[in-house]
Design a binder for this molecule. Structure first.
Ligand SMILES: Cc1cc2nc3c(=O)[nH]c(=O)nc-3n(C[C@H](O)[C@H](O)[C@H](O)COP(=O)(O)OP(=O)(O)OC[C@H]3O[C@@H](n4cnc5c(N)ncnc54)[C@H](O)[C@@H]3O)c2cc1C
Length: 599
């Protein structure tokens, strides 16, 4: 198993040099505590915890998995103790409201911790990760009483949270969900129904679990307009705030699955469990979007983590494994063969993972800064613009990063040859764990519809225009920089083309709605490569400027420029295929009659 090492130099590059975190935090309301020294100390501590406590449990979690009994679900050896340490370290409360026990740090600081935790041990990281979504939902939509009862316990980490959407017959199409909520005389509700695939639905890590559940009130309108949201605790809270008697909610069984074995994927039975309405009646899906958006950025981190872990493991291996000679003559003449890192194809695999991991870090941290502004921006105008930008970046980050993160995990395994397929090295686990990223929290297909349909076409491309304008200004400002030309020129082309293909798709969609569905995934992938092009060009500029100013660490900055070059020459051209297939026409997909698919 690769020992995870937090990539602190690159984290610092993206936060401070690329995205100017110091100025960013200074521009926020109430982020006075987020000083560079404070943030650096937090990240160092978080790195230690991830490397020393969580990383060694990653393979244990995979091997042992979770176990079910009538008394409840047991997590793998060491998970519970690691969680206790996490709670004692105050990690759950980092970004929450001080009024409920939080430390009030900006969301983007928490995202760095989530990256390190998630890369070291994704299955473990999902338990506190889901709690974060529950915290954000209660904070945004709960009553004061609900916040006092539940939020403070989630913030302290004494209780964890879950998100209960999926039912046996529906995941993407929540409009058809059936779980019922019957009002009781005391103002509570009785929740009845079955939810499946509920991550962290039951476990032995905390005293109580706060389920955030979608259900229907009697006589509610059909479809998504008739869904309400409820808090349903595993144990009912006592008057003193502690976890009391068991509620009528239980884990019926655990799913056996391809990866993330250390995380409990539960079938949850609600048998008239007591619940409390959160947010307005029939507006539950809107409220749940607070949770889903947190979880979508969380899942984007899974793509980054898969690429980073695969990269770390395969880089170390490629330097040591000897096989054949370099085509231009021996590079290790005293050895029996050259290390495989000399071979161009191995370098293709390593550089792809590196470009994906570092590009993903830039994209996720950029999105996290937008979420800081949504919550702590100084003006209404700033907050609104950031909200639109975050809404635009979220489906791209979620789907594009999990797709290319999975590809990277596969390349990490490929670098190991046959040994990659053997469990000992952890590379096959990385592939298995990463695969779910493209499915949960809205599949790639659903994210693509969200991007092209809701976020672009339904808003006349407002957020896209906002983004391409930023790119355009960046290109103009740097147009005369000879050393940057190799990045600026293709970036300018792609930025212009992005607007053009969007217009063209809008026109075709007006004639035939099916064209949206037929083009959506190609459009999303194209958009991901376009956003990456901007971030890689900006990274190259920061690195070139640093070298021109004679900053030490020339090797680090030079590698940045070289990775940017690799990205522009070898990954960005994939957009050509996406443009071609995006306009291949819905008829190439829909003409075939269902009964003719197989004979
Ligand atoms: C390990 C694991 C953990 C999970 N954790 C949670 C959790 O904590 N909480 C929770 O509520 N759920 C959870 N889920 C459920 C997960 O979010 C859903 O499985 C996922 O959203 C897909 O829904 P589905 O399985 O019903 O697939 P379906 O919705 O049946 O989709 C099947 C296929 O059809 C495609 N499709 C569907 N509709 C369209 C359309 N309109 N256009 C184009 N394509 C379409 C999909 O992209 C997909 O490829 C988890 C699932 C797993 C496996």
């Amino acid at each position: 198993m690769p020992e995870y090492k937090a990539p602190l130099r690159d984290i610092q590059f993206v936060m401070n040099e690329l995205l100017g975190s110091e100025q960013h935090y200074a521009s926020l309301e109430g982020a006075e505590d987020a000083t560079p020294d404070m943030i650096s100390a937090i990240i160092q501590e978080g790195a230690k915890f991830s490397e020393q406590v969580l990383s060694p449990l990653n393979q244990v979690g995979d091997r042992e998995g979770c176990t079910w009994s009538e008394d409840g679900v047991k997590t793998p050896t060491g998970f519970r103790e690691a969680y206790q340490q996490y709670v004692e370290g105050g990690w759950p409360s980092m970004t929450s409201d001080p009024e409920y026990g939080g430390q009030g740090l900006p969301n983007s600081v928490g995202i760095v911790m989530s990256e390190m935790v998630g890369t070291a041990n994704w299955s473990w990281g999902m338990y506190p990760g889901l709690s974060h979504g529950a915290m954000n939902t209660v904070e945004a939509h709960g009553t004061e009483e609900q916040k006092q009862t539940y939020l403070s316990k989630l913030v302290s980490g004494e209780w964890t949270g879950t998100m209960c959407l999926t039912e046996p017959h529906c995941g993407s199409d929540l409009g058809t969900l059936r779980t019922k909520a019957e009002p009781n005389a005391d103002g509570t509700y009785s929740i009845t129904g079955t939810k499946i695939f509920i991550s962290a639905g039951d476990h032995d890590m905390a005293d109580n679990i706060v389920h955030i559940v979608l259900a229907r009130l009697p006589g509610a309108p059909e479809g998504t307009k008739g869904i309400s949201l409820f808090i349903v605790p595993k144990c009912l809270p006592n008057d003193d705030g502690s976890a009391g008697e068991r509620n009528a909610v239980s884990c019926g069984s655990l799913e056996h699955k391809m990866g993330i074995h250390g995380n409990a994927t539960c079938v949850m039975n609600f048998d008239g469990a007591r619940g409390w309405l959160i947010g307005p009646e029939n507006k539950g899906l809107n409220c749940m979007f607070t949770f889903m958006n947190t979880a979508r950025i969380g899942t984007a981190i899974q793509g980054l983590g898969a690429a980073e872990l695969g990269f770390q493991g395969s880089l170390a291996y490629a330097k040591e494994r000897l096989a054949m000679r370099s085509l231009s003559g021996p590079k290790n003449p005293d050895g029996i063969a050259d290390p495989i890192i000399v071979h161009p194809d191995v370098r293709r695999m390593l550089l792809t993972q590196k470009a994906v991991a570092e590009g993903a870090r830039a994209l996720i941290y950029l999105a996290a800064q937008q979420s800081d502004i949504v919550l702590q921006g100084k003006t209404e105008e700033e907050r609104k613009a950031a909200d639109a930008m975050l809404g635009f970046l979220t489906p791209i980050a979620k789907a594009f990063l999990t797709e290319i993160g999975y590809e990277s995990a596969n390349l990490g395994m490929q670098v190991f040859g046959g040994h990659g397929f053997i469990s000992e090295w952890g590379m096959e686990q990385n592939v298995r764990d990463a695969r779910i990223g493209m499915i949960y929290e809205g599949t790639t297909g659903i994210q693509a519809l969200d991007l092209l349909g809701r976020k672009i076409l339904m808003t006349q491309g407002e957020a896209l225009k906002q983004f391409t304008k930023i790119v355009h200004v960046f290109c103009k400002e740097n147009a005369d920089d000879e050393q940057l030309k190799e990045f600026i020129e293709p970036l300018q082309r792609i930025n212009k083309e992005w607007g053009e293909i969007t217009m063209k798709l809008g026109m075709t969609a007006m004639q035939n709605r099916e064209e949206v569905g037929a083009a959506a995934v190609d459009y999303l992938m194209y958009s991901g490569y376009a956003v990456f092009a901007y971030l890689w060009a900006r990274s190259a500029k920061v690195a070139l400027d640093a070298m021109r100013e004679g900053t030490p660490e020339e090797a680090f900055y030079n590698a940045k420029v070289q990775t940017a070059r690799f990205y522009f020459k070898r990954l960005l051209p994939r957009t050509r295929t996406h443009v071609e297939t995006m306009f291949a026409g819905a008829d190439t997909l829909l003409d075939m009659q269902e009964e003719h698919f197989a004979f």
